[in-house]
Write a protein that binds this ligand. Structure first.
Ligand code: PLP
Length: 398
């Protein structure tokens, strides 16, 4: 018999795979599927990013770089962190990885071991608990609800700590809810965390995509005396529409950066050289394109949330950031579909896919059954079209 490492037995394969496969099947049959499931901007990266990559190519970038990244990119990360996040890390704190997901994975490898607990508020990005489990540690999920904006309350947070708590993972703005902690909310959570000796990992990958004048606050600016326990995760995927380039990073205390150097040194080595130059161009170039994309997302958010709210019974909180609307779809339970009543969020998502040709992600995947995540990283026209299709399908099914 084939023998595999047992560490993967506890890891969930992505539940969205079956849905993606069905959406692809519909598309291959020539059906027009509304892509509200995706987690990536539909834009192309700004022209100066592509120019930066081309210029690097001309100069020659076909060799290994330093394991943790080229100096120009690390310096660019520090400069941009100073400018837009309000605190100044040093290059020896920055580890460039193959996307933020890879940065988180390497961190998990460097930090977690059996017996450790990692606090993660729900709804959560799917990879957080799975990466924790992969290394034999235990995710400790803290539930939140829509009434409190899907934000963790300090009291609930405090209760989750035990002597085994190794780390806390916060994502603000959040995938999947789009909720973001304002300064006072973050301060209150940090007061709780300070009493522990756990690491605080903050995923800020969506922090440039915030709306209605919301001001993102970085934990590092509040707890500047505790930078030896704070880790920031960030990258170019969302802000610069560069998902396929695969560049992300962690900012950690230097001692942890040294561990990550060991991890990458024995696994991936450096992120692709040309991608690193492209990322450096993104961070140091004119930032108007970022603001344009942000403003476009804000308009789309309004259309998506308004549209979802127009579906009888569906409620949807106005998110502060990212590009997801997270809608309570429990009122659609009971609608007949496939010979039986819709009974959960997966049924809702499959109903939307089959009857409205709308691809979206069921909330159970994010630890929030009853909800469905709708990405608005697509044009306003497509959002309107998808909403109209949902309205029609719901009407026809009743
Ligand atoms: N963190 C969050 C919350 C995300 O939603 C994503 C992408 O979906 C990532 C990290 C990973 O981004 P990347 O690996 O493309 O840098």
């Amino acid at each position: 018999p084939l023998s595999f490492a047992r560490r993967l037995d506890v890891v969930q394969p992505s539940v969205t795979l079956a849905m993606n496969a069905r959406a692809a099947e519909l598309r291959s049959k020539g059906e027009d599927v509304f892509a509200f499931g995706v987690g990536e901007p539909d834009f192309e990266p700004p022209q100066f990013v592509l120019d930066g990559a081309r210029a690097a190519l001309e100069k020659g970038v076909s060799k290994y770089t330093a394991v943790t990244g080229i100096a120009a990119l690390k310096e660019a990360v520090c400069a941009r962190t100073t400018k837009v996040r309000g605190w100044t890390p040093k290059p020896n704190q920055v580890t460039i990885s193959v996307g933020a997901k890879h940065a988180l994975f390497n961190l998990a490898l460097a930090l977690y071991e059996p017996g450790d607990e990692v606090i993660i508020p729900a709804p959560y990005w799917v990879s957080y608990p799975e990466q924790v489990k992969m290394f034999g540690a235990q995710p400790v999920i803290v539930e939140t609800d829509e009434a409190s904006g899907f934000k963790m309350k300090p009291e609930a947070f405090a209760k989750a700590f035990t002597p085994k708590t190794k780390a806390v993972i916060l994502c603000t703005p959040s995938n999947p809810t789009g909720s973001a902690y304002n300064e006072s909310e973050l301060r209150a959570l940090l007061e709780v965390w300070k009493k522990s000796d756990a690491w605080l990992i903050v995923d800020e990958i969506y922090a440039d995509l915030v709306y209605d004048g919301f001001k993102h606050t970085s934990a590092a600016t509040i707890a500047s005396d505790l930078l030896d326990r704070i880790v920031v995760i960030d990258g170019v995927s969302k802000t610069y529409a560069m998902t396929g380039w695969r560049v992300g990073w962690s900012i950690t205390p230097p001692a942890l950066a040294k561990k990550l150097d060991v991890v990458q040194g024995q696994s991936t080595t450096n992120a692709s050289a040309i991608a690193q130059y492209a990322a450096a161009a993104a961070l140091t170039g004119p930032q108007e394109a970022v603001e344009q994309m942000r403003a476009t997302f804000e308009k789309r958010r309004n259309v998506m949330v308004e549209g979802l709210r127009s579906i009888p019974g569906v409620s949807c909180r106005m998110p502060e950031g990212a590009f997801y609307a997270f809608a309570d779809c429990r009122s659609l339970y009971g609608i007949p579909y496939n010979g039986k009543p819709i009974a959960n969020d997966e049924d809702v998502a499959f109903f939307l896919l089959e009857k409205a040709h709308v691809a979206a992600v069921p909330g159970g995947a994010f630890g929030a059954p009853g909800y469905v995540r709708f990405s608005y990283a697509t044009s306003e026209d497509r959002i309107r079209g998808g909403i109209a299709a949902i309205l029609k399908a719901v009407e026809a099914a009743k």
